[in-house]
Write a protein that binds this ligand. Structure first.
Ligand SMILES: Nc1ncnc2c1ncn2[C@@H]1O[C@H](COP(=O)(O)OP(=O)(O)OP(=O)(O)O)[C@@H](O)[C@H]1O
Ligand SMILES: [Mg+2]
Length: 374
């Protein structure tokens, strides 16, 4: 019984846990009290601007940096000062480095050779992993004889071949052009499903984070500001930073008139009253900031004749429109002085949009606007 209880406790441990990690480099605080749990087999993305601490977080998990304060747990075990090669973790670095003088096969086999795996077994596993990254038969080539995207896949194969429980990926697609990048995103997701390892992925590209991740940790200035599933991060940003960094949004200054559970009635100066969502667990009063995404605003002329009751309405004047291919971006000035951006889908048989100077009404669901916590 005791044995079974112990097994249950061990398997319940998250794949990775960071507890209150602070990392200082002299005067720079790169990480400032980061706590994070990553479940086994999860695809977690660290998303944030340059310098926010993404690489430092990965390097701390991998053991290339030791925390100034706090502790890293892998599979429930405290890592202390355990060196990188003793951790069940492999890393694909921001600037992936293949050994240029070794063949692709030798590059991929490197970790297996270090682990003392016999030659015949090595060759078999290298062949298998090169199939998995869709580069069969390139063992004898030198890295310089492959394209950038192919080299990237060799770097992935090298990290996967030793079957790590955790794979840390630091902007592995950063150097690729858009098309190749999108193809590799799909490949990476497939690899993640097939190998079943925990992936911690770093990017500063919000679309890549939204499309690839089980959960996203949005970071800024050494802290995790919000951790959640992609739709939660996009639809219910808690702070101005997250709302602004992930996607495009409109901010409106408002004043809370009344609170009603998860909804509030607010006044936007000069533009009247709106109903908005209130973040769970908060009870805002006084002056607040609202966020409304441009694609959630509809020009009243495009809306159903009788929009559902409880929809919000704002009156304004069209300032200008910019054609962006899939949609046209309309900028509307509100009487209170604020401007909002509205995205209007460019449907083939769509009616022509309004012209600058025209009075327009915007309608949107009360769920579309949210009060930000800070
Ligand atoms: N070895 C180091 N010595 C001193 N400062 C460092 C060191 N490594 C990182 N830093 C600083 O720590 C902060 C976080 O750096 P980090 O490399 O983690 O950022 P990042 O989020 O990965 O950024 P990027 O998107 O540009 O790669 C930065 O201010 C950086 O200058
Ligand atoms: Mg980095």
């Amino acid at each position: 019984m005791a044995g079974r209880g112990l097994t249950a406790a061990v398997t319940a441990a998250p794949s990775i846990e960071l507890r209150e990690i602070t990392k200082r480099f002299d005067a720079v605080t790169a990480l400032d009290g980061v706590s994070l749990r990553v479940e086994r087999g999860e695809f977690l993305t660290l998303l944030g601007p340059s310098g926010c601490g993404k690489t430092t977080t990965l390097r701390t998990i991998g053991g290339f940096e030791l925390p100034t304060r706090g502790e890293v747990y892998l599979d429930g075990a405290a890592m202390g000062a355990t060196p990188p090669h003793r951790r069940p973790v492999n890393t694909v670095f921001q600037h992936y480095a293949l050994f240029p003088h070794l063949s692709v096969g030798q590059n991929v086999a490197y970790g297996l050779e270090m682990a003392g795996v016999p030659k015949r077994e090595r060759d078999r596993r290298v062949g298998e992993i090169l199939e998995l990254v869709r580069l069969p038969g390139v063992e004898r080539r030198k890295p310089a004889e492959l394209s950038g995207g192919q080299q990237q896949r060799v770097a992935l194969a090298r990290a996967l071949v030793t079957q790590p429980a955790v794979l840390l990926l630091d902007e592995p697609l950063g150097a690729l052009d858009l098309k190749l990048r999108q193809a590799m995103q799909g490949e990476l997701k497939r690899l993640h499903r097939e190998v079943g390892a925990t992936f911690v992925y770093v990017t500063h590209d919000q679309e890549e984070a939204l499309t690839m991740s089980d959960r996203i940790a949005v970071m800024n200035a050494g802290r995790v500001l919000q951790l959640g599933e992609p739709d939660e991060i996009y639809e219910r940003p808690r702070t101005r930073f997250v709302a602004d960094f992930v996607g495009q949004t409109n901010f409106l200054d408002a004043r809370v008139l009344s609170l009603d559970g998860t909804e509030a009635e607010v006044e936007v100066a000069g533009s009247g009253r709106l109903r908005t969502r209130v973040p769970a667990g908060s009870a805002p009063t006084g002056r607040v900031m609202l966020s409304v995404r441009p694609e959630k605003l509809t020009l009243a002329a495009d809306a159903p004749a009788e929009p559902a009751t409880g929809w919000n309405r704002l009156e304004g004047t069209l300032v200008g429109a910019v054609y962006v291919g899939t949609h046209t971006q309309h900028v509307v000035a509100l009487p209170g002085g604020a401007t909002v951006t509205v995205h209007r889908q460019n449907r083939a048989a769509g009616a022509p949009g309004p012209i600058a100077g025209e009075a327009v009404s915007l309608v949107f669901d009360r769920e579309a606007a949210t009060i930000l916590a800070e």
